[in-house]
Design a protein around this ligand. Structure first.
Ligand code: UD1
Length: 428
């Protein structure tokens, strides 16, 4: 298994380009199943999770072609199966969201219960409740969810928590339902607005995406279109943290600063100088960060996906910060790894008390999930000495060209297995 070897202490400086949104692309890929004809998706990141979803679409019978640098074409005209196999769903939770589109297109779907990052209980009850409200008969058993409906019918659905995945999933299924669906307490993430823009281009009638009430008026059919995915705010945010943590100066182009506002405002509170344009963000810092408290919330709150890299930043702060995780109860599993690098963090349940230290020290550490991996990478960049990060298959799920981008910013980083490390180091 490959590892990342990082020699820390180098200030990140330079310009990189943000990749397309992982979460945005995943939701749209599932929705491509709704239409016959050829969909062209642009600005798609080449990362593990996208390949997993493409494998899923292929398993269902769609023709997928990854052409050019970041373009995928999908032709879901002929679907040959409405069963999403366990081997693919267990790799990634988002693949569960093919259930709704399959049901809308084929009247039947059998989808394995999801897997994905192990960051706490990630139930599917809102998804199931939504599909049932649209008139489907749903049975769960033997690790699968089976849903059947001659036709889907619009309905009013209240989400007990503004779940991003459930909002996207129900919205997608409702596009081909008869009548009007209203999702109350919907999630408001930018990726939901992007999905709505894509579906609207296909002929769907959607109002209120990006607010707490989404209204979908069903249409008879949708047409395949071309769409360019929004930038990845989590990826851009990770490089922004790397800039602040190493007291560097990084400009991220092709980004969407307006999607990053809650995070960028908190980053400013740590003393970083953040400037933005329409599609770029520049982050500079020239001293240790200031402590600040963080509470994660659904959008437009501080994103749970940025909690881990941000805690890495706060671990170097002047002062003590309190971080509260409101979305996923087990999203602090990386704390013990940061402690191995010298961080002073006390965590109990959903709260972490982060007492800033002057320096982190490089160490062998292991990523337990995607964003935990991101936290370890930024910590290793700022730490004194060498770090060896295992578990990078988690990082591969969400960060396109990570090593190349870090090298562009001046990082001393190589990716290799332990045996190849020596020769790889010679060639850097
Ligand atoms: C998405 C993102 C993930 C991000 C998360 C929260 C994708 C592919 N992933 O995940 O990166 O961390 O949003 O912003 O887009 N819940 C239930 N029942 C359900 C569904 C969710 O109780 O049926 C709970 C979850 O346990 C969690 C909360 O709702 O506590 C939010 O989860 P949700 O927004 O659904 O996350 P995902 O869509 O899975």
């Amino acid at each position: 298994m490959d590892k990342l070897f990082i020699t820390g202490g180098v200030q990140m400086r330079g310009t990189i380009r943000a990749s397309g949104s992982k979460n945005g692309t995943l939701a749209i890929l599932a929705a491509t199943l709704l239409a016959k004809g050829q969909t062209i998706l642009k600005n798609v990141p080449r990362i593990g999770d996208i390949y997993t979803m493409v494998d899923m679409l292929r398993a269902l019978g769609a023709d997928c072609y990854i052409n050019g640098e970041n373009v995928i074409t999908i032709d879901a005209t002929e679907l040959r199966s409405s069963e999403a196999p366990y081997d693919l769903v267990k790799k990634m939770r988002a693949s569960f969201t093919v259930l709704g589109p399959l049901l809308a297109r084929m009247g039947y779907a059998k989808v394995a219960m999801p897997g994905g990052c192990d960051i706490g209980a990630r139930p599917i009850d809102f998804h199931v409740k939504g599909i049932q409200a649209l008139g489907a008969h749903v049975e769960t058993g033997h690790g699968y969810v089976e849903a059947e409906a001659d036709k889907l019918t619009g309905s009013e659905i209240y989400l007990d928590f503004p779940s991003a995945g459930a909002t996207q999933h129900i919205m997608t299924a409702a596009c081909l339902a008869e009548g009007v669906t209203v999702i109350q307490n919907a999630a408001m993430e930018p990726e939901i607005v992007d999905l709505a823009d894509y579906l609207t281009a296909m002929g769907a009638k959607i109002e209120g995406a990006g607010t707490t009430t989404v209204r979908v008026e069903g249409v008879k059919e949708l047409i395949a279109v071309e769409h360019s995915v929004i930038p990845d705010r989590m990826e851009a945010g990770t490089y922004a943290v790397a800039a602040a943590m190493t007291q560097g100066d990084v400009r991220i182009e092709s980004a969407a600063p307006k999607h990053m506002e809650p995070f960028l405002l908190k980053l400013r509170e740590t003393g970083a100088v953040v400037t933005t344009g329409e599609d770029w963000v520049r982050v500079r810092a020239n001293s240790r960060p200031l402590a600040t408290d963080v509470v994660t919330m659904p959008h437009p709150g501080f994103p749970t996906d940025m909690q881990q890299p941000f805690v890495a930043l706060l671990s170097l702060a002047q002062g003590t910060s309190i971080v509260t995780e409101n979305v996923y109860e087990r999203r602090f599993r990386y704390v013990s790894e940061l402690q191995r690098m010298g961080a002073d963090i006390k965590q109990d349940g959903r709260t972490a008390v982060v007492k800033g230290v002057e320096k982190l020290s490089g160490a062998p550490v292991t990523a337990t999930d995607l964003r935990a991996g991101a936290a370890l990478v930024v910590a290793a960049l700022a730490a004194e000495g060498d770090s060896e990060i295992s578990g990078i298959e988690h990082i591969d799920r969400g960060y396109e060209g990570l090593v190349d981008k870090l090298i562009t910013l001046g990082a001393q980083v190589i990716r290799a297995d332990s045996e190849r490390k020596g020769s790889a180091l010679c060639s850097v």
